[in-house]
Design a protein around this ligand. Structure first.
Ligand SMILES: Nc1nc2c(ncn2[C@@H]2O[C@H](COP(=O)(O)OP(=O)(O)OP(=O)(O)O)[C@@H](O)[C@H]2O)c(=O)[nH]1
Length: 212
């Protein structure tokens, strides 16, 4: 039977409450956008399998609650992530300022090898913009991160952001991957390299076209 995937990669989405983390994830996995804000309680995850650089990657993407009261729970998920998306809302200066705090939490709780990208979401709300694109770009440069402005509403740069982060993770774990993919038929579970494996799973989705 054909393998369902070659590697399993775990990503995490962080940022203030209301910046659009759940919407980014739902757009990426299900091509859906919800205009109402239903705050995530603790953490939740979705899966999507896609081909990146010739490798079939199963992404397990964890969506975290931005609300302060869940921070103790969400921080427990940093340790087993290979890639993190730091999200702010371009219409909210405070969500942008708080990126410094999210990034410092990542430094403290995530593995050294973790890959990060910075995302300024709600790019469709140009008339409400509070954070200039250059400011986002500058901050990303300071941290050595790739930067995207996205819109979960118009599907702008959603696939691009997730694929960029996945490519970075694959690159960072190239050695382990080459060793595993070259010699056996086993799946490479990168998430198990740093801890226990998850018991839950869900159906993979096929790659949907970007309409940006
Ligand atoms: N215009 C616009 N609105 C968006 C976009 N993404 C999310 N929203 C809206 O922003 C609100 C919050 O989105 P969520 O995805 O629930 O935010 P969250 O970051 O997951 O929030 P918490 O779960 O509380 O941490 C909702 O009303 C969404 O419809 C976007 O790209 N453009």
């Amino acid at each position: 039977m054909a393998k369902q995937y070659d590697v399993l990669v775990r990503l995490l989405i962080l940022g203030d409450s209301g910046v659009g983390k759940t919407c980014l994830l739902c757009k990426f996995t299900d091509n859906e956008f919800n205009s109402s804000h239903i705050s995530t309680i603790g953490v939740d995850f979705k899966m999507r399998t896609l081909q990146v650089d010739g490798i079939k990657v199963r992404l397990q993407i964890w969506d975290t609650a931005g609300q302060e009261r869940y921070q103790t729970i969400t921080k427990q998920y940093y340790r087993r992530s290979q890639g993190i998306i730091l999200v702010y809302d371009i219409t909210s200066s405070s969500s942008f300022q708080h990126i410094l705090k999210w990034a410092s939490d990542v430094d403290e709780f995530a593995p050294d090898k973790v890959q990060r990208i910075l995302v300024g979401n709600k790019a469709d709300e140009e008339q409400m913009r509070k954070v200039p694109k250059e400011q986002g770009s500058k901050l990303a440069k300071t941290y050595g991160m790739e930067f995207f402005e996205t819109s979960a509403c118009t599907n702008c740069n959603i696939n691009e952001s997730f694929i960029q982060l996945t490519q970075q993770v694959l690159q960072a774990h190239k050695k382990e991957m080459d060793a595993c993919l070259g010699s056996t038929n086993l799946y490479l579970d990168m998430t198990s390299l740093g801890g226990e494996q998850d018991k839950q799973d869900s159906d993979a989705n096929s790659l949907k076209p970007c309409t940006c």
